[in-house]
Design a protein around this ligand. Sequence first.
Ligand code: EVA
Length: 611
Amino acid sequence: MLEYSMLYPKTTKLRRSVSIDGMWKFHIGSQNGDQGEAGFKNGIPGNDFIPVPASFQDFYTEKEIREFAGDVWYEKDVFVPGEWEGNKVFVRFGAATHRAVVYVNGKKIMEHEGGFLPFAADVTDTVHYNEFNKIVVRVNNELTVTNIPCGETILLPNGKKMNKPYFDFFNYSGLQRSVFLMAIPKESVFDFDLDYEISGKDALIHYHVQTTGEHPVELSLLDASGKVAARAEGFKGVMKVKDARLWQVRNAYLYRLVIRIRDGEQILDEYEQEIGIRTVKIEGTSILLNGKPVYLKGFGKHEDCDIVGRGFHSGVMKRDFELMKWIGANSFRTAHYPYSEEIYQMADREGFLVIDEVAAVGLFESLMNFMEASTGKRTAFFEKETTPVLLKAHKRAVEELIARDKNHPCVIAWSLLNEPETSNEAAVPYFEEVFRLAHELDVQKRPRTFALIMNSVPGVCKCYQFSDIISLNRYYGWYVKGGYEISEAEALFRKEMDAWKALKLNKPFLFTEYGADTMGSDHKLPSVMWSQEYQDEYLKMTNDVFDSYDFIKGEQIWNFADFQTTEGILRVNGNKKGVFTRQRQPKDAAYLLRKRWMELPLAYKAQEKGL
Ligand code: EVA
């Protein structure tokens, strides 16, 4: 069990939660991490303020700041109401990338590593009630091979540190998600698990509530009009919902679950959350939602936009969902890290299927793994001395991820790694542990998967057997035989798919990546690579291949939108594989995809029997 509750901050009868987003004092610290206990814990120098949530990198005009590797410091004075005394008081960070130390009134409260999941600092005994209190956060953004995502931090000859990601997105960092101040009753709801069973027109909700005390709990389920649909008492049990309205793809029905702790007539705590009744199951090569086959259409995405970088922005989120609806998508993968919680809440409401990915990317020692994988390069990644430390961090992130996201109906699968090196036996025990843990922790036993890199093919890949859904990242026609050689790319693509078919795995396959870099500004007749015409040709070829194999049960193109990466000769101011530009306007390919996805039925390929 985690040391703090992962429940999203709420204000209810007995809980208070106040956003402390806005302008925070900011200071670029030392590269050597030596200013912690020394001085800044009581207040940071200078007079610079930046918005939270946001990545700090793209506000400034100095390259030294954008590329900075080391500690950055945030500070905020917050007033803690006197009425809160007697409660537990927390400062709750949606995320701090990649590691943080929290000080309140000069006292170190906690540390957290892992840049994409929440943590809560218990400040009950540290804050002064009915007064202002100083929160100082030291955030470190250095990449290592002992934490996810993986990379390294090098020292340049000029003495400056530099981050070298083993992954293809800019190492945006800072306080990129919302921060809340919360007051929670001493005896409170800590966590809950739900699992669903559909029986005829009714549904059973198997539940388990954990609290921090002994008093009894009661649950009520309210329908969308606020009417009570079911009730139950006790920490563990079953709620029966008559004539249940199911949560369906792009047709979400949400109930509101209210959990109360009672001491006789007195309510000690109340927590509530929107939930959706649905089941997820893999049967043969089918992905079943509520017992019915679904075909996934959609994207690998990023949290990425101009100016705020990876910072959560509700306007960008809204635009992205509108574009996904317009194009006929029904799903996305949170590549390559858990996204802001508000995005899952929106997916719950909009009925999108989410493959929820932990930040285990870069487990292949290469600065250009998207290129080198297709050359057959091997790096013995899982044989490093440091692998046990990495595994510990990875498992901790899986635990936090599942605790945070398990009750979202939108989450239909866990993606436990992106493009790890699987050509070596050393990967096997590592995979075993991570996959077993996810299975143990998830009461719903959702399917587990990982995204297979180009060279993870039959005969080479030692780990695909762990996946309940085989997810392929493939770039035939881009990194392999692009342009006029596309017919050869298609032949190689089909050859690989035939090899998978021959294995008779009887599992669904999903394309979690395929795509071609395309300049939104460029047309060329006849086409050349990078032109919009070529992106269309590439898609036609790829779609033909998808349509030829019944066991392929979904397509999530890379990427939803152009996004920022490290600078380099393979990236033109970022990755340009977006179907939309970074400003969220369509490239030509968006219209081609829209036509296809609007026409493909949800139960596409439902008829086939096995492989
Ligand atoms: C690409 N390919 O080359 C993408 C990367 C992505 O951005 C991959 O999973 O295989 C990676 O992160 O465009």
